[in-house]
Design a protein around this ligand. Sequence first.
Ligand SMILES: N[C@@H](CCC(=O)N[C@@H](CS)C(=O)NCC(=O)O)C(=O)O
Length: 310
Amino acid sequence: MAAPQIILHHYAFSPYAEKVRLALGLKGLDWGSVEVAMMPPRPLLDPLAGGYRRIPVLQVGADIYCDTHAILPALERLAPEPSLYPTLGPALTEGLTYGLERDLWLAVIGITVHFAGDLPEAFLRDRKDDYLYVDISHAAMEPDFARNAQRVAAWTAWLTQALSDGRRFLGGERAGAADLAHYHLLWLMRGGERAGAVDRLLGLQPIRGWIERVAGIGQGRPQGMSAEAALEAARNAEPAPVEAVNTVPDLVAAAPGDAVTVTPDDFARVPVEGRLVAVDAGGIVIRRDDPQAGALHLHFPRAGFVVTKV
Ligand SMILES: N[C@@H](CCC(=O)N[C@@H](CS)C(=O)NCC(=O)O)C(=O)O
């Protein structure tokens, strides 16, 4: 069987990866599944992602998509039907889900830790020093539990109200990215043995049918792939052509061809170096020439990333 063209670098326990696995399922795609460690070092992903350390990362040949808000639009371009954006369209869905995830992420982790107890010491240290910059041990999160629970429960109240007219998915009959972005946050909190307690806390009993429907979308057709094979696929490919352009010069003071860094402005603020190819309303593209992976285009969303000329 030919190796799939779409490759996801991910680990099982990652909620943002779950969002993308379900997007691949919604579109019924074949994909190469490269399992990475739950924390660095990730020596075979670094040549592709240039040090961007968050998971998931999507690869299509020599094009590397960092962040789910770059990954889902890329999947939509590659395989337009069925759409990830029924009813609300891509702009509104991406905008709303970006705000939702960003606002709730630490509170969702707080609720997860409340029920799950402590995670391994090395994991906690990694998340504090190099990802969240917050101590997510049980002892450190617990004083904020009531605030976190109130915040997340206010959101799940909106969610249950939205679904209370009996619609199958948030946009109506067809599932889309809005469902996935709400679901993956619940997926983290409700993991393991926690589902019953979390459902009671957040009033999720009435929407268990929706939760099961979203889970039932499945993950498409993953095919296990080695990290070496993914590197090889990048080496053997050329990045897809992109028009060199900066449509927002007042916001990003760099021209195509300039050396720049692209850095997340929230978590895991590791600068990725390259040459600017394009920046416009839709996203940021930089080129990297990597000794192991060859010429690459790295794609980032505009929201949540800073471009700096070096
Ligand atoms: N805004 C990012 C968030 C991604 C994210 O925070 N992913 C988590 C895993 S679910 C992560 O990278 N954790 C640290 C790590 O795995 O190194 C996206 O939409 O992709």
